[in-house]
Each structure stands twice: as structure tokens, then as C-alpha cells.
Design a protein around this ligand. Sequence first.
Ligand SMILES: *[C@@H]1O[C@H](CO)[C@@H](O)[C@H](O)[C@H]1NC(C)=O
Ligand SMILES: *[C@@H]1O[C@H](CO)[C@@H](O)[C@H](O)[C@H]1NC(C)=O
Ligand SMILES: *[C@@H]1O[C@H](CO)[C@@H](O)[C@H](O)[C@H]1NC(C)=O
Length: 308
Amino acid sequence: MFGLKRVCFLCHLFVLIVKDVMSWVVPPKKKSIGDDVILITGGGRGIGKKLVLEFATHQPKHIIIWGRTEECLAATVSEVRKMNINCSYMICDVSSREEIYSMAKEVEAKFGNVTLLVNNAGVVFPNSVLESSPQQTEQTIRTNVLAHFWTIRAFLPPMLEQKRGHIVNMSSMLGWAGLNGASDYCSSKFAACGLSEALYDELTRDGDSGVTVTAVYPYHVDNSMFAGVATRFPSLFPSIKEDYVALKIVEAVLTNRNKVLLPKLMYAVAFFYSIAPVAAVTSIMKLLGVNKAMEQYHDHHRKLHGHS
Ligand SMILES: *[C@@H]1O[C@H](CO)[C@@H](O)[C@H](O)[C@H]1NC(C)=O
Ligand SMILES: *[C@@H]1O[C@H](CO)[C@@H](O)[C@H](O)[C@H]1NC(C)=O
Ligand SMILES: *[C@@H]1O[C@H](CO)[C@@H](O)[C@H](O)[C@H]1NC(C)=O
């Protein structure tokens, strides 16, 4: 009956919403990652390194980290091995598709199929649309977006075959709202969000594929990647610590959450942002000094800066 179907659908929606609200109050049971082979891009430093160490406390079967700088990678690996967890690194520049594909083959041969992929590597160049060099724009798009396509294409098929896997995407609040002076970065993060949502939709189209997608949207993280970024009322919108971000991301993975905004205040900000007039949002950004944030960053880092 038509009417009954509609009522049932509304009940179904209601149950989904109540479940989600409940999960904030009563944290859901955490899954085990004891059998997981984890691959984290950009795991040598920054949030990537914190993530490696946080995942290690949950005793996965193996953690593989990719990055460009050998000293950082080796240092992270030795810290993890001290915790008695299998950990290896490979030099891989994720801005190169060929390198991703050939390293992915090596990973499978050496450590088996990856079951938990964290697309974390990213770069940022603080430039306006006109100041940015073509090389910087292209590198940002290759590292922050295209690399996600290639790692997904490399690691997703076995996950689907085994109906088991998890893909984590590091986006940013700058993948939600644009900011002057960060045009390359914002564009790349918006694209990564689109990819993440489309992938989620693909993976849930025919019921449960067994592969979960988690997209993470942190607000300004207090680390070297964004050192020098400052807003006017830091006590109202404090930058968040890497340790906190890593802890929350691992928690989201272990409880299969699909979307995480950090800190929680960002849910309110995102809601306001989606309904308020554009001019009102701009006025508030100006009041908070957010619109000058990248300028200060620029002054702080005359040189190019990135992380991987
Ligand atoms: C470490 O990796 C080896 C080979 O992949 C595996 O046999 C072993 O069980 C792993 N060790 C732990 C502690 O999981
Ligand atoms: C990886 O997954 C593929 C597809 O499921 C499978 O054919 C292959 O044997 C797996 N590799 C290992 C080392 O288990
Ligand atoms: C999320 O992950 C998917 C699959 O790995 C990827 O296509 C997408 O770029 C990622 N999105 C974000 C938000 O990083």
C-alpha cells in the first residue's frame, strides 16, 4: 500500500537519525583492526605520523607508510617497531601515478592486500589565484586529489572482492568553505570531498559492499603545515592539536563513521554557513580575522612549504 510504504520510509529515516544521535551519547562498539594491513600516505610527519602511532596502539597486522623524505619515514617506523608492531616504509611521491601503481604492486607482493587505506598526504602553497604558479597549482591537484584516485584504483578492487576494507580521506574545513590565499588548496580539497561522497554513494548503491569510507574535515590544525596561520579570537576558535585529530580519526575508523568534522563546533559552523547569506558569512569571517589567515601564513613562510 502506498501510504504505508511512505510511513515506513519516514520511520526508517527517523531510526537512522536517532541512531546517529545516540552514537554521540553512547559511543558504538569499536571494531578490531588486528587483521588489517594499513597503508598511510604522508606518514612520516604531521598528522600522518600521529595517525600511524595512534593506529599502532590498536595492534594492526602491519602498517606501511609512504612518503618522500626517508629520515622522517625511518624515524616513524622505528618508533612503531618499539611498540612491537610490524611497520615498514617506502619512498613514494604520490604526485606520480606511475610511482603509486608500482609501489602498490610491491606492497601486495610483500605484505598482502591493503585493507585500510588512509589518503593523508597533502601539500599547501599560500597563493592567490593570480600569484600561484602553474607548477604549484598542478602539484597541489596531483598530490591532494589525483593521488586519491590512483590509490583507490590500486587498493579498492581486492577490498571489494574480499568485502572488507576501509578508505579514509583527509579533507579539511577548506574543502567546505573557500578562503582567499588558498585557492589551489581549497579547490583540491573540494574535489577530494566530491570524490569521497561519490565513492561512498557507489559503495552503498547495491547494499553493503563491506568497504567503508570516512571523510575527515579538520579545522585549522596546529602544526608545521599551517604554522603562522592565525585568527583574531584564538580562544573562540582555537586551532586543534594533531594528537586530538589523530585520536578522533582512529575512533571514527574503529566505529565506521562516514564523516567527521573537527572540532565538534564545526558542525554548527557548517550548518550556519549553509543557510546564511554569503555577505553575512564574509562579514563574520572578516570580524574573526579568518580572511587574513593565509596572508599571515604567507608572511611567515616566504619559502615554499609542504608535507608528505
Ligand atoms: C607481522 O607480519 C608478519 C608477516 O606479514 C605476520 O606473519 C605477523 O603475524 C605479523 N605480526 C603481528 C604482531 O601481527
Ligand atoms: C589480493 O587480492 C586479490 C584479489 O582478491 C587476490 O587475487 C590476491 O591473491 C590477494 N593477494 C594476497 C597476497 O593475498
Ligand atoms: C575519500 O576517499 C575516497 C576513496 O579513497 C577518495 O576518492 C576521495 O578523494 C577521498 N575524499 C576526501 C574527502 O579526501
